[in-house]
Design a protein around this ligand. Structure first.
Ligand SMILES: Cc1cc2nc3c(=O)[nH]c(=O)nc-3n(C[C@H](O)[C@H](O)[C@H](O)COP(=O)(O)OP(=O)(O)OC[C@H]3O[C@@H](n4cnc5c(N)ncnc54)[C@H](O)[C@@H]3O)c2cc1C
Length: 445
């Protein structure tokens, strides 16, 4: 009598199931999950890495000491097509959303201060892109960058001395003058990257103070064509010292009516709707706050910058730990050091996964799809990456010991640079607030 071998019966079932699964998996419409990069993404990432290694990194310490905008590096980047509007558009067209964070990670791996000088303009051009009309895109976005022979930078001015995290406290006023068909802007902006040296300043101002953030709009102010725009003191900073940061004063600055992003007609409609919804006490008017819309689009990209800094510091620390000998053996031979490096590697990868997820979702959103992008995924990416950068750069100093604390080694600079990533584009506390509100559906304070 033949007995059925229970093991072979199981394996026959498993084989049949595997066959069915295989057929199902190859059905058109299913796409395999992959974190692998395609050839084009790898090529562009490697090109950005080569520029970071050959041009940015050798210049990093010098520009950090000088605390000046590294114009020659910006020019060099523009000459090879790494700086400019086209360069940015080429990164945005990647349907996976990954090219932008990939390139940012590499440039900031080179140096964050120079990286910010190359990428700070993106904040203003993103504001024009997300709030402007197609005519405004073509009129203003090329001017943000200038040309390869005549490079320019742009500034996005939202923060004020009394309005950092709380954008509803913005006091800068834009008043419409019907006689001349112009806006008249008065106020003070604080901590503006490229403020006062930029050709184009995108300024968030209050048009109707009674409406809070819904009464705000963003305006394009071309510095060389107006009177009354003055740069305040250029700020001396803890880190990102190759990137220019300054206050900007607006004293009766007049700009054409057409310079309000989205157009005056749309703004008037939006304000009318906001008044209407306030009257009927309806929650959630359709009006979007200009600065918030910009931050939403750029948050994961800022996270990628922080990852670039963290990875750079981790690599220096790993090399150092393998070569530095104490007690007759490399310091990495001690679990106390090796485990630190293991944690640093893991945290960097975890942060990058959050950045790539948010990048992928926001790209889908821009394509008109409806990804489940409702839980503060952009904030999670920026929050995690910023905190990882601070922690990893601090651990890198610890691993390098006394050398890490001096300017003979780059981790001291990287630590100073990393700290801003828990502060700008929404502090870590504000990111937690955004996530907490998103996951709870409650107005957590
Ligand atoms: C180098 C640099 C570049 C910058 N570039 C720009 C730029 O280009 N354009 C621009 O507009 N701005 C820019 N900023 C400004 C930056 O965005 C603000 O500094 C940031 O938003 C924080 O605002 P704040 O400094 O006023 O801090 P505050 O808002 O005063 O916060 C102080 C502390 O209180 C905490 N806090 C505040 N509110 C809450 C709350 N509700 N719950 C819990 N904690 C809270 C914060 O998290 C923080 O820890 C830049 C700043 C720097 C330093």
């Amino acid at each position: 009598m033949t007995m059925t071998d229970p093991k072979s019966a199981v394996s026959a079932d498993v084989m049949a199931l595997a066959g069915e699964l295989g057929a199902e998996r190859s059905r058109p419409g299913w796409s395999a999950f992959s974190l692998g990069l395609n050839d084009e993404q790898r090529e562009i990432r490697d090109w950005a890495h080569a520029f970071a290694a050959d041009v940015i990194r050798p210049a990093a310490a010098e520009w950090d000491e000088r605390e000046e905008t590294p114009w020659p590096v910006i020019q060099e980047a523009a000459k090879i097509g790494l700086y400019g509007l086209d360069a940015n558009i080429n990164l945005f067209v990647d349907p996976s959303g990954l090219l932008m964070p990939l390139v940012h990670e590499e440039l900031f791996w080179g140096d964050a201060g120079i990286g910010m000088s190359l990428k700070g303009t993106g904040l203003a051009s993103s504001a024009i892109f997300s709030n402007g009309t197609p005519e405004q895109w073509s009129q203003w976005m090329p001017r943000c960058y200038g040309t390869a022979d005549d490079v320019r930078v742009a500034a996005f001015c939202s923060s004020e001395p009394g309005a950092g995290s709380d954008v509803s406290a913005i006091r800068t006023r834009a008043v419409y003058d019907a006689v001349t068909d112009e806006w008249v802007i008065n106020g003070q902006k604080a901590w503006a990257t490229n403020g006062g040296i930029a050709d184009i300043h995108v300024v968030v101002a209050t048009v109707d103070p009674s409406l809070g953030t819904k009464g705000q709009a963003a305006f394009v102010v071309p510095r060389t064509e107006v009177r009354g725009l003055e740069m305040g003191t250029k700020l001396k900073k803890h880190g990102l010292r190759a990137s220019h940061t300054a206050d900007v004063f607006f004293d009766n600055v007049r700009i054409p009516a057409a310079n309000v992003l989205g157009g005056k007609e749309k703004l008037d409609e939006r304000l009318a709707r906001a008044h209407e919804s306030r009257k009927s006490a309806a929650a959630g008017s359709s009006g979007r706050n200009a600065s918030m819309a910009t931050f939403e689009m750029t948050r994961h990209i800022v996270g990628a910058q922080a990852i670039g800094i963290a990875r750079a510091a981790y690599e220096v620390a790993l090399d150092y730990a393998k070569t530095r000998e104490q007690f007759g053996r490399p310091i990495i031979d001690n679990q106390g050091i090796a485990f630190k490096l293991a944690d640093m590697a893991m945290e960097i990868d975890a942060a990058r996964l959050l950045v790539w997820r948010a990048a992928n979702m926001s790209a889908a959103l821009m394509r008109g799809e409806t990804p489940d992008y409702r839980h503060g995924e952009g904030s999670m990416a920026k929050l995690k990456a910023g905190e990882v950068a601070v922690k990893v750069t601090e651990e890198a100093i610890q691993i390098l010991g006394g050398n890490g604390y001096t300017r003979e080694y780059p981790v001291e600079r990287m630590h100073r640079d990393a700290k801003i990533y828990t502060i700008f584009e929404g502090t870590s506390e504000i990111q937690r607030l955004v996530i907490a509100r998103a996951i709870s559906g409650m107005r957590i304070r």
